[in-house]
Ligand binder design. Structure first.
Ligand SMILES: Nc1ncnc2c1ncn2[C@@H]1O[C@H](COP(=O)(O)OP(=O)(O)OP(=O)(O)O)[C@@H](O)[C@H]1O
Length: 964
């Protein structure tokens, strides 16, 4: 007989063994398991409490755990900083004026014209300023564009530039505009004349604000139309940039009254009174998107001339209250300004056009069926050939439908005008720490995740809500284990404050730590963006501990103070870091004081991250910019990045090139809830998908470059020290002599300088505008793109021939360059093997195309600068005819070489930083972001096309000229 007790005991022992084996196999600690259990219970409770129908509420409930951390207790919760939520939820908060103590320092507020007395004071000061500037006595600091115009030696600030059909733009603005911005103003004027709405979609940082202000100022200065110029208008903008508009208006168009309809505005009293006053004086109401919801009834009770939506993609979701309300405004003119007209899906484009050109894209249902669906379908990598062909044709049709009402220029297209410094953008795949890995795995095995992946859904809860919560939890772990553990903890007392948020416990923070330390030494200033306020607090604590001086901007900083905070950072180089949430600090603002950007965590919406990084790389930036997007390797963050790439592809297909090819397939639900191990090459999924874009580092060369740079710096330092000594000696001598010589009156000095400014020695100024507005008749549809004009007039085969010629010429030039650089290439080849010997770094195969690209410097292409070309007569003469020409070429070549060397060093700087990170194994691999989203390739093609087009234009001109 079998002893039942013995049998049971043996079974129990076996079961225990199995369990132990299993737990050994899943490699997850007890701490991780209990944290996952705890959090699963808590999340289930919070889901039960919230409405199951509303997944958004559920995810917010979860988010609360994070924002309730002790270190953030002084912060006010705000929808602006919705942590980790898909970004279709927008900033809608009407925030009270609260600022952390650190942000209060040195911050001077910008005052709008809501209060009539302060408006009158400002106008009086401005008029006094004009008088003072005209008589050479201006000493104030309230500089406006017209005063600067006088100080620059121009006598009459009333001079105007007249466009066709009578729009008069003050010269002090017109002369400041870049050529492409002038085209933008003309385009706005064309739209105005045909009563059409439009979308100014220039890439971020190209001065959409200034183009709109120049145009409005033109209207205000011209007696035209039923309003006799500019009528009362509304500008809707995100809270963070509302005061940026005020300061831009005060600078460029000082006489206009612009008032902020928001509780931070200077107007005290009834808002209806303010609306009435502004309406009566043809002023401008500046209002936030949340403000439109609040005051829509009062605003809509009057007729307005213009309604302009800055960052108009805020109405991309047609179902939100704000979109619906804004579309009810019946103004004759409607404009949208946004650098990201399409972010996630085609429905967004429909929504924007539904505001400014209702009916153009049909009804929502028809658009989705006939346009959106086939284009999206044809975009997947597994689409059939027919689906692809259909998508291409429909995308082309859609592009040509919207083109007349949308003007979009990229930075690459206008680089010759604006001369932006280099930008290097990379995606760094950071290793998780052991603790993060353990927690991640533990949570993947928890009940919450199991219930999501359960096909039968026997748990009965809405999957979307649970999924959002689970994804947010994983993202917290990727950022820092404590964001998760704090939430999982039952007992807050047990939290070890010493260790809480320590940088060594997070892979990405380890990378940040290394980056900041190197950059501090190199004299760079950094913007750090995170989706999450809790993460910002962890980062803030780190910065405090390390003694880095920083400023921080999130939803808790009052709307009225944000602009001043930004100015403080830009003006004071003592602040090394600017911390901001992506939603608050990433939209519309100018943060050119920094030249390094870290995007700490990716957003589902690529435009949110793109917006953030563009804060530094924009007009006004003097230094080359490096952007690092941090991703935790193998985690949910990689999947988010892959979604970003797909969305990029979709918007490029409509806005840029319908022929764009996709590389990604649809991802599965299971795929989101995995932790991928690197493959045999050490790459995770994304890195191996985009292997061709991998960053190649010659660590030995990087080190050498770095040492050289250091040496240069120390030589420079020595030179500076010697110069200082000399300066001291000279100043001693001067002070000895000073007793003998009469003192120079500083007023006399100033007078002399002013006289020189007012009557400068005669210089022949280069003519900037190639086309005279008064004599050129440019039909409306053609103002959109000069390239299109030529394309329409020039035969296709002729174009192809030109293209071939250009390509041939390029090849020849490149060959020349390659021969020049052969020695260097050899060195590169020999040393590139060094990096393969570093621990934790996978072997890197050199991509010859990448090396070639990095050698090519578009800035030095002599055909690129139309201004120079116009005045360089020597170019039309052969070298043999003009002796000096060779010398000019040589000089140019030297300059070319110098610029190349400089860029090489900049690149070396970045390579050095990366090689350090690789050496520490904190970064697994790195990709070139621009190449991943296909932009680099596109830019290359664009430049080629541009060159061919320019030639075609010249040819057309030559033919016209010859027939005269
Ligand atoms: N012609 C110009 N002269 C001087 N500064 C300019 C000019 N054009 C633009 N800028 C400056 O460039 C910066 C970017 O301009 P602006 O904020 O208008 O860009 P944007 O296209 O609206 O960007 P975003 O899409 O990010 O809001 C500003 O600091 C602006 O003052």
């Amino acid at each position: 007989m079998v002893d039942i007790n013995k049998y049971l005991e043996s079974q129990l022992a076996l079961a225990n063994q199995r369990e132990n084996k299993a737990s050994k196999k899943d490699n997850v600690s007890q701490k991780s398991k209990s944290a996952a259990e705890n959090i699963s219970k808590k999340q289930a409770r919070s889901l039960n409490k919230s409405s199951h129908k509303d997944s958004y509420k559920a995810s917010k409930q979860c988010e609360k755990f994070c924002t309730e951390k002790p270190s953030t207790s002084n912060n006010v919760g705000s929808d602006e900083d919705c942590e980790y939520l898909p970004s279709d939820e927008d900033e809608t908060a009407d925030l009270p004026l609260v600022a952390t103590s650190r942000t209060k320092q040195n911050v001077k507020r910008i005052i709008d014209d809501g209060d009539i007395d302060s408006y009158n004071d400002r106008i009086r000061n401005w008029r006094d300023g004009i008088t003072a500037a005209s008589s050479g006595k201006f000493e104030g600091d309230n500089l406006s564009a017209d005063i600067k115009y006088i100080l620059d030696g121009n006598k009459n600030p009333e001079e105007k530039h007249e466009l066709q059909n009578g729009l008069c733009i003050p010269n002090f603005i017109w002369k400041q505009l870049y050529k492409f911005q002038r085209t933008g103003v003309k385009w706005l004027w064309e739209l105005h004349q045909v009563d059409a709405g439009g979308l100014l979609g220039d890439e971020m940082g190209l001065g959409k604000t200034i183009q709109i202000i120049a145009f409005l100022s033109g209207l205000a200065n011209s007696d035209i139309g039923s309003w006799g110029g500019l009528g009362p208008s509304i500008i809707v903008a995100p809270a963070t940039v509302i005061y940026q508009w005020v300061s831009h208006f005060h600078y460029w168009c000082p006489h206009l009254r612009v008032a902020v309809l928001h509780h931070t505005g200077s107007h005290a009293g009834n808002h209806n009174q303010l609306i009435r006053d502004l309406h009566g004086s043809h002023g401008i109401v500046l209002i936030t998107y949340a403000g439109v919801v609040k005051y829509s009834k009062d605003l809509m009770s009057r007729k307005w001339h213009y309604i302009i939506l800055d960052e108009g993609h805020k109405i991309r979701n047609p179902d939100t209250q704000v979109s619906k309300l804004i579309k009810q405004f019946q103004t004759p003119h409607k404009l949208i300004a946004t650098g990201c007209p399409m972010q996630n899906s085609l429905q967004e484009l429909w929504s924007l056009f539904d505001f400014m050109r209702p009916g153009l894209l049909g009804t929502y249902a028809a658009f989705m069926e006939h346009f959106a669906q086939p284009i999206t379908q044809g975009g997947y990598a597994n689409a059939t050939e027919f689906q692809e062909a259909t998508a291409l044709e429909i995308a082309k049709a859609l592009k040509s439908l919207i083109t007349p009402y949308m003007l979009r220029r990229t930075k690459a297209e206008v680089q010759d005008n604006i001369n932006l410094p280099e930008k290097n953008e990379q995606v760094l795949f950071c290793a998780l720490t052991q603790e993060q890995r353990d927690l991640y795995m533990g949570y993947l095995m928890s009940g919450t995740v199991r219930s999501i992946l359960d096909k039968d859904n026997k748990y009965g809860e809405p999957v979307r809500a649970r999924m959002l919560v689970a994804l947010m939890t994983l993202r917290k772990m990727c950022n820092h284990p404590d964001l998760y553990l704090y939430e999982a903890q039952d007992d807050i007392e047990s939290i070890d404050e010493e260790k809480f948020g320590h940088w060594k416990r997070s892979g990405k923070m380890t990378v940040v730590n290394s980056l900041l330390k190197i950059w501090q030494k190199q004299g760079h200033r950094t913007l750090i963006f995170s989706q999450s306020r809790a993460m910002l607090c962890v980062l803030e604590q780190y910065l405090l501990n390390q003694g880095f001086k920083y400023l921080k901007m999130d939803g808790s900083v009052g709307v009225g103070q944000r602009q001043s905070l930004i100015k403080t950072f830009n003006d004071n180089s003592e602040y090394l870091v600017f911390l901001a949430t992506t939603r608050v600090g990433g939209l519309g603002v100018n943060l050119t004081g920094a030249d390094r950007v870290i995007i700490y965590d990716p957003d589902w919406n690529p435009a949110t991250d793109d917006q953030a990084k563009e804060r530094a790389w924009r007009i006004g930036q003097q230094r080359s910019v490096t952007v690092y997007r941090l991703l935790s390797a193998g985690t949910i963050e990689e999947k988010i990045y892959q979604r970003q790439i797909f969305k990029h592809f979709l918007s490029n297909k409509i806005l840029v090139d319908p022929n764009q090819k996709n590389v990604l397939t649809t991802s599965t639900l299971q795929g989101l809830f995995t932790l991928e191990e690197p493959n045999c090459d050490g790459d995770t999924e994304t890195a191996s998908l985009f292997k061709h874009t991998k960053v190649n580092i010659d660590s030995a060369k990087a080190k050498k470059d770095h040492m050289q740079l250091k040496k240069d710096l120390s030589t420079q330092k020595k030179k500076v020290a010697a110069m200082k000594r000399m300066a001291k000696e000279i100043s001693n001598r001067i002070s000895r002599n000073a007793k003998k010589e009469p003192e120079v009156d500083p007023r006399e000095e100033y007078k002399k300088k002013r006289d020189l400014m007012l009557n400068p020695p005669e210089v022949v100024l280069p003519e900037i505008n190639l086309v005279d507005d008064n004599i050129t008749e440019v039909p409306f549809e053609n103002v959109l793109s000069e390239i299109d004009i030529v394309n329409m007039h020039v035969k296709k085969d002729y174009e192809e021939k030109l293209l071939k010629e250009v390509l041939k010429k390029r090849e020849e030039e490149e060959e020349g360059e390659i021969v020049d650089d052969e020695d260097q290439t050899e060195k590169f080849d020999n040393k590139s093997s060094d990096i393969n010997n570093i621990d934790g770094v996978e072997p890197i195969t050199k991509n010859p195309e990448h090396i070639q690209n990095s050698r090519r410097d578009p800035k030095v292409d002599k055909h690129k600068n139309p201004r120079k070309r116009k005045h360089s007569k020597s170019e039309s003469v052969s070298e043999a005819e003009v002796e000096n020409l060779v010398a000019i070429k040589k000089v140019k070549k030297k300059k070319h070489q110098k610029e190349k060397d400089k860029d090489g060093k900049k690149q070396g700087d970045d390579d050095y930083v990366l090689s350090k990170l690789f050496a520490k194994s904190s970064v697994k691999s790195a990709l070139h972001h621009d190449e991943v989203v296909g932009l680099a390739e596109k830019e290359k093609r664009h430049r080629m096309k541009e060159e061919a087009t320019k030639r075609a234009k010249d040819a057309v001109r030559a033919i016209k000229f010859s027939s005269k």
